[in-house]
Design a binder for this molecule. Structure first.
Ligand SMILES: Nc1nc2c(ncn2[C@@H]2O[C@H](COP(=O)(O)OP(=O)(O)OP(=O)(O)O)[C@@H](O)[C@H]2O)c(=O)[nH]1
Ligand SMILES: [Mg+2]
Ligand SMILES: [Zn+2]
Length: 386
């Protein structure tokens, strides 16, 4: 089965303008996607703010308008603007940019001109993973999110390792994670799972919910704020779209699907989509993540496993391999039962995976990437200080 993320071609699809063609879409100027009666939305209600406005004003050209990408489907974009929803294509120049981080993604603020996306405004946060099939190529799953709901089902046994990996992705993005443990109505041990998740998430929050009974829904709503953006990330079948529909209180209707006999989802959601919830929050639903590879996540792994980094700093040797060295604080913590051996193994595995990946990527390219991420991090922090 093909990966649903890979299929949304992010501006490289057959619909984007081919080189040499005039920079205009086949149907002429942008037309409202769902009829001209589609009302527009004030930009502020879509999450617009000073950093984007300043960036847009810097580039102000006649006839350009800002918009927020609500959906990417094989190169065709659905963009929300002040005057309504538009179907847009990616300009030839942008479509042929070799940098995969430059491709517009769901949640991005873009500069539109005559039905073409000319530019992506600098992001203040981004969910970046290694591409499916080519983990050395980054892919931005969602941009400009304020909170990441890491959605995991409470059906069956608690999958700590899966949650850990998703949490690294969340911490790396610059947005705050919330572990949303779904299907509380059929869970065997809700309290035990919540406790386990709390141990993994550090400064983040944990909430157990049921989209069927409504248990925990108030707590989830407590994490939503008008004009702020939340993204749902998690495996297929975890109940992301069901949760989104419940939060939508009848105003939105995303497809949901049964889970297979082996407990796995069926990848019901096929494209990432940004919707507005009745309370004014913006929510991005995503297809279930399979084989999630992290990208340039060394730092984020350290952040997500902060207690291990702290312990390592207390080892007698600064280059301690935490195997048989004397005075190893990690070994001691595991022996004393204050550090879970499986969590340490998980940390090591993620780190090894990153090192392996790093070795495959051209060092000069990596240096460039890092510079970009540094800039991205600075932007995020600036925004938070507001
Ligand atoms: N018992 C119970 N079932 C739920 C709950 N939430 C979702 N489900 C069921 O779980 C199945 C999968 O739900 P979806 O919302 O489609 O899952 P998803 O995470 O969006 O899956 P993908 O779109 O494939 O990534 C459906 O059969 C839902 O009815 C819940 O709170 N309790
Ligand atoms: Mg879904
Ligand atoms: Zn050590």
């Amino acid at each position: 089965m093909s990966d649903p993320f890979a299929s949304s071609a992010l501006g490289r699809g057959s619909l984007s303008t081919a080189p040499g063609l005039p920079a205009s879409p086949p149907q002429g100027p942008a037309a409202p996607a769902r009829g001209s009666d589609q009302p527009g939305t004030p930009l502020a209600e879509l999450g617009w703010g000073p950093p984007f406005e300043a960036a847009f004003n810097n580039r102000l050209v006649d006839g350009t308008v800002p918009g927020r990408v609500a959906r990417v489907d094989r190169g065709a974009l659905m963009v929300l603007t002040e005057t309504g929803e538009l179907r847009a294509l990616v300009s030839a120049q942008l479509a042929h940019d070799p940098d995969p981080l430059k491709a517009p993604t769901v949640g991005d603020w873009v500069v539109l001109q005559g039905g073409l996306v000319e530019e992506v405004l600098p992001r203040r946060s981004a969910i970046v993973r290694g591409g499916a099939g080519s983990p050395e190529t980054p892919q931005v799953l969602a941009a400009n999110v304020d909170k990441v709901f890491v959605v995991c089902s409470l059906e069956g046994r608690f999958r700590a390792r899966r949650l850990e990996r998703l949490l690294v992705l969340a911490w790396q993005s610059g947005a705050a994670p919330v572990a949303v443990l779904t299907k509380a109505d059929i869970a065997e041990d809700v309290a035990g799972a919540v406790e386990a998740a709390e141990r993994l998430i550090g400064a983040g929050d944990v909430v157990a919910v049921s989209s069927l009974s409504g248990v925990g829904m108030d707590a989830v709503c407590g994490f939503l704020e008008p004009c702020a953006t939340v993204v749902l990330l998690g495996p297929s079948g975890a109940g992301k779209s069901t949760l989104a529909n419940r939060l939508g209180r009848g105003a939105i209707d995303l497809a949901t699907g049964e889970v297979r006999g082996d407990g796995k989802g069926r990848h019901t959601t096929t494209a990432r989509e940004l919707v507005r919830l009745p309370g004014g929050a913006l929510l991005i639903d995503t297809p279930g993540l399979r084989a999630l590879s992290l990208f340039d996540a060394d730092q984020a792994i350290g952040d997500a496993f902060g207690e291990i980094e702290e312990l390592a700093a207390a080892c007698r040797f600064s280059d301690c391999g935490h195997r048989s060295e004397p005075g190893c604080a990690i070994k001691q913590a595991i022996a004393a039962g204050t550090l879970d051996a499986e969590r340490y193994t998980s940390f090591e595995k993620l780190r090894r995976e990153q090192r392996h990946l790093a070795a495959r990527v051209d060092p000069r390219e990596r240096a460039e990437e890092r510079k970009r991420y540094k800039a991205l991090g600075k932007l995020t922090r600036k925004f938070e200080k507001r």
